[in-house]
Write a protein that binds this ligand. Structure first.
Ligand SMILES: [Zn+2]
Length: 140
């Protein structure tokens, strides 16, 4: 059902100033629809607003920024576990003893630190990587 509008016609329309639907008089018509209205209540002149506001299209969701997977440096615990799994250390570890000559790559079973792998041998010391980190132990 198409209404025919004419200048001077009174219509009910939402008024921004009155915060509600009020009686308006059409001041001008464009293409058969009211363009300017004057509010009979507050006498403000404003553009005609359609009674049912067009639903605002949902804002297109910004594509989620692909967070570049920055490889974190492996913690000593992770590195330790990798080594342990890779080498099935449990079966190869020897109980720690300061009188044993620990060589690089050897696995030890330390009473306090648990399983560890000798990273470096320097004189009478061996740097051993444990789950907790690198420890320097006495070696023969
Ligand atoms: Zn008004």
């Amino acid at each position: 059902m198409l209404k025919s509008y004419y200048a001077g016609m009174e219509i009910d329309a939402p008024c921004g100033r009155c915060k509600g639907e009020t009686r308006h008089r059409i001041l001008s018509i464009t293409n058969g629809t009211p363009e300017k209205l004057i509010c009979a209540t507050c006498n403000s002149i404003h553009k005609f607003r359609p009674e049912r506001p067009a639903p605002s299209p949902a804002a297109p969701r910004a594509p989620k920024m692909a967070t570049a997977a920055t490889p974190r440096p492996a913690s000593s615990a992770t590195r330790f576990q990798e080594l342990m799994i890779a080498e099935q250390a449990g079966s190869r570890a020897l109980p720690y003893s300061p009188s044993h000559s620990w060589t690089e790559g050897a696995w030890m079973d330390h009473p306090s630190f648990g399983l560890g792998k000798v990273q470096r041998k320097a004189g009478r010391k061996a740097e051993v990587l444990f789950r907790d980190g690198l420890k320097t132990l006495i070696s023969a």
